[in-house]
Design a protein around this ligand. Structure first.
Ligand code: PHE
Ligand code: ZN
Length: 886
């Protein structure tokens, strides 16, 4: 293999040719599909000739014409990735290209491919070049028409972007449809779908009175499962009007659900294509978590119509411009539809569980990467979730109305353009006349900043001082960092747990008033911008307990000098609910780390009674939101704890987490039993806050109880399993039982499969549940499941469920005999031949191999080396594996 080429942001160049209009014609067939494209090309500078370089991959070129004349072999250069015209006309011209493609053989699921008999496309990031030769880059924005023809019986529905202009029958049982998209768009937003599909239809009237037809397309038998998706779409449309003043801009909005999809969903203009797991739901086949993801992702893709489509990215390095912003928007949407605190907790947990490790590993990259080999590898939690935190910081600094002003200016300036992260920054700054000092570093410096805080109270001057120091750890290619601009939201609690009024803070020689309209505030946002810095609050009558980084106002690691007593106090009293949860998590992390040390020294494990009491008072506090309770009594994840260790020890961390769980279960057995009883209900399933929180708390309590592996409690769980009227409760009971190996587990797993054999989305959960199990030697079971009739290595959802599930079990993935690594190494190579994007996601599980002991390191390294040395390895897997070894 030639060593793959790295692409750099600093090498960005404006294109020499723009494309004005693109007319596509697809003739879909079983053996081959013919694609004719007719492009009007405009030289950027007329009168000067540059080569025109078109991207193209896995295409068979049939013919190429320039201004109507067929080009001869010597007029162009064709290699495996490009078609190059050495000196095209220096005035506008028309290019007509015919290619042949074979979607039926396309297992990579990018470009045009088949999914359960239907044709569909996936073009982001660089899939359009697998359809036809094109300048496949987002700053080429053109108006498209798309003519599709196909067999009418096999493919009765023909869809593309925009408006349907014409349709009719052709000879030989074929038919056609002509679509026109009035908006200019980059090629990555192009889409086409053809197949046997039925739609659920509804109408949304925008606030300016436009009647929009909404259609959600699926296989006929799944139509009943699209009600929640439709509901979510209408809620999202309304929310974007209310919160951002953004309306939909066409008369038709289509969503198509397909079972074979590499990612979650795709925002193609007016023709969103979704992984079916993010559309289909019924009470019996989807959990509360699925309902919530559907709401969030339907919102996300819809919101892209403005943040991504109307204003798009200049180049792929700017991906966070659309993704960070759109994730932020979908998070806010979900918060407004449910519980804000619980949503915030879930989002921060996700950041900590997935993004922090990435930011501390060999694939660490800034929110705006500086380089990549395969763009597909940069659809990451850093670009998405950390990017959303960066957007959230603007809002924290500017307030809701200032943020809205910034958004308005962004659209006013850039509608119809392909822009950069600086353009977004400038809109926020200019709309508010704000001083953002070095805020832009959030886009260019990788690594999670570590902020240390020490406090002191002076009773003579009634002042309270907080000293901050910050440090951004080195990451690949960035050994030394500058201090960042970190907004730290602070409140101070008095001895009763109430917020003290904050009036003024002394900083860098000046006393700043922090009142708002003459009234003291209870939370203020400090702007920490230096390596070391002090803030002194005045008029503080006695020593307070500080609540630092309220609502997680910046994506950092915080290390404070709070004592355990302070933390228990915050857990009980903080008016910032996020920080109440956080106090419990800090206590949990400290506790787990100290028990891990005991475990490693073979000391007996003893659980601090204060911790048990703290958990108990949360569990029994009826004034709290039940889902909040469920989150607050859930221990930090194993990965989080391993991340905090010098050498990660999966066995010790796992043993400790199980120990605490069981100990809590046995000491609070009575309380947990009451919780299960009080929160059971025979009411029919509804996805609303009241019912969801009830189920969340009940299921958490049940999981604690069942961990005790005691006959009575297993019976309780079995009873819950049998009497459940919805999947949320049924699957939670199954999960609770499946914690313990034995007869009960085996028979209930078998029963569940028999029940749901016909529903592949439910079966995928069954696969995950087994794959993620911590039962020793589970790799054998996973290997066996590879041959189970329900598994298919070509379907990404199944791979994510089974292989991805296995990677989610630290004890088995990192089994000391190397069996987990070997299994993963083999399967990655097998996957890579079919679907490089999916294989690359799986190989990422190796990336933090250096965090483990020497034995494990050696075993993991063998696998990574085996992968890198494999013949015909994809660039996708090469990039992750080689960077992991570097
Ligand atoms: N742009 C999609 C989103 O909304 C994600 C995606 C990327 C889907 C690449 C397919 C391929 O986040
Ligand atoms: Zn997105």
């Amino acid at each position: 293999m030639e060593t793959p080429k790295e692409i750099f942001l600093k090498h960005y160049k404006m294109p020499d040719y723009f494309f004005d209009t693109v007319d596509l014609k697809f003739s879909l067939g079983e053996d081959k599909t013919i694609v004719c494209s007719r492009i009007t090309v405009l030289p950027r500078v007329e009168g000067v000739s540059f080569p025109l370089i078109l991207d193209g991959q896995d295409l068979k070129l049939v013919s190429i014409k320039l201004n109507g004349e067929e080009l001869k072999k010597e007029d162009f250069v064709l290699d495996s990735r490009h078609l190059i015209l050495a000196s095209p006309p220096t005035k506008p011209f028309i290019l007509e290209i015919v290619t042949e493609i074979y979607p039926q053989n396309n297992t990579s699921l990018e470009g045009l491919y088949k999914s359960s008999g239907n044709f569909c496309t996936q073009c982001e990031a660089e899939g359009f070049r697998k359809i036809t030769f094109y300048q496949d880059r987002p700053d080429i924005m053109a108006k498209y028409t798309c003519h599709v023809e196909a067999d009418k019986t096999l493919y009765p529905v023909l869809l593309s972007n925009g408006n349907l202009i014409e349709q009719g029958d052709l000879e030989d049982g074929r038919h056609y449809a002509l679509w026109e998209d009035p908006f200019k768009k980059p090629s990555y937003l192009f889409a086409l779908v053809a197949g046997q599909l039925i739609s659920r239809d509804d109408t949304f009237v925008t606030r300016s009175g436009r009647k929009v037809s909404l259609r959600i397309w699926t296989k006929a038998e799944d139509v009943p499962k699209t009600a929640h998706a439709m509901h979510s779409l209408m809620a999202a449309m309304k929310w974007d009007e209310e919160v951002f003043g953004l309306e939909y801009d066409l008369d038709l909005f289509n969503i198509v659900a397909v079972p074979d999809f590499n990612m979650g969903a795709m925002e193609n203009k007016s023709l969103n294509i979704f992984n079916s797991k993010l559309v289909l739901a019924s009470p019996e086949t989807a959990t509360d978590a699925d309902y919530a993801s559907i709401l969030g992702v339907i919102g996300h893709e819809y919101f892209h119509n403005w943040t991504g489509n109307r204003v798009t990215c200049r180049d792929w390095f700017q991906l966070s411009l659309k993704e960070g912003l759109t994730v932020f928007r979908d998070q806010e949407f979900s918060s407004d539809m449910g519980s804000r605190t619980v949503k915030r907790i879930a989002d921060v947990s996700r950041l900590r569980t997935y993004q922090f490790p990435q930011d501390a590993g060999p694939m660490a990259h800034p929110v705006r990467p500086h380089s990549y080999i395969k763009m597909d590898n940069f659809y990451t939690v850093t670009v998405y979730e950390k990017g959303a935190e960066v957007v959230r910081m603007y809002k924290t600094l500017l307030g809701s109305s200032g943020f809205r002003k910034g958004m308005d200016l962004y659209f006013k300036r850039h509608d119809g353009q392909a822009v950069t992260c600086e353009d977004f920054f400038a809109a926020m700054r200019d709309a508010n006349d704000a001083d953002f000092s070095n805020f832009l570093l959030w886009y260019s410096q990788a690594g999670t900043p570590l902020v240390k805080v020490t406090s002191s109270y002076n009773s003579e001057t009634n002042t309270y001082s907080l000293k901050f120091s910050q440090q951004v750890p080195p990451t690949p290619g960035q050994p030394v960092k500058d201090p960042m601009f970190i907004p730290v939201a602070i409140g101070l609690l008095d001895s009763n747990g109430n917020d003290l009024p904050l009036t003024s803070v002394f900083h860098e020689g000046l006393l700043h008033s922090i009142s708002s309209n003459g009234h003291p505030v209870s939370t203020t946002v400090l702007r920490v911008t230096k390596e070391e810095e002090e803030f002194v609050f005045h008029d503080i009558p006695h020593k307070p307990v500080p609540s630092i980084l309220r609502n997680y106002s910046a994506p950092i690691r915080l290390d404070s000098d709070l004592t355990d007593d302070d933390l228990f106090f915050l857990l009980d009293h903080d008016s910032d609910e996020f920080n109440r949860w956080e106090a419990g998590q800090i206590l949990g992390r400290k506790l787990m780390l100290s028990l891990v040390a005991d475990y490693q020294q073979n000391k007996p494990l003893v659980l601090n009674p204060k911790f048990v009491n703290g958990m108990k008072s949360i569990l029994c506090d009826s004034s709290l939101d039940k889902e909040f309770i469920a989150k607050a009594i859930t221990l930090p994840g194993e990965g989080e704890i391993m991340d905090m260790m010098e050498v990660a020890d999966p066995d010790a961390v796992h043993a400790v987490r199980c120990f605490i769980k069981k100990q809590l279960a046995s000491e609070l057995r009575g309380e947990f039993l009451t919780t299960v009883k009080d929160n059971s209900s025979a009411e029919p399933y509804e996805f609303n806050h009241h019912n969801m929180t009830r189920r969340a708390l009940k299921n958490t309590a049940l999981a604690y109880l069942a961990s005790l592996d005691d006959l009575e409690l297993t019976k309780l769980a079995l009873n819950e399993y049998k009497s459940a009227t919805n999947l949320t409760e049924q699957f939670a009971a199954l999960t609770a039982i499946a914690q313990n190996p034995g007869e009960a587990r085996d028979s209930v797993l078998a029963d569940f499969y028999r029940k749901w054999e016909h529903d592949y989305l439910v079966v995928n959960k069954w696969l995950t549940l087994q794959a993620i199990s911590d039962i020793p030697g589970n790799v054998k079971n996973v290997q066996r499941l590879l041959n189970h009739p329900s598994f298919d290595i070509r379907n990404p959802n199944k791979v994510y469920s089974l292989i991805g599930g296995f990677c989610g079990s630290p004890v088995n993935l990192h089994a000391k005999d190397g069996s987990g690594y070997e299994f993963l190494g083999d399967i990655v190579l097998q996957l890579d031949k079919l679907n490089p994007q999916v294989a690359a996601r799986m190989v990422s599980a190796f990336s933090r191999w250096r965090r483990y002991d020497e034995t494990r390191q050696a075993l993991a390294k063998v696998q990574l080396e085996k992968i890198v040395a494999a013949n015909g390895l994809s660039e996708n897997v090469y990039e992750i594996a080689s960077k992991s070894l570097a």
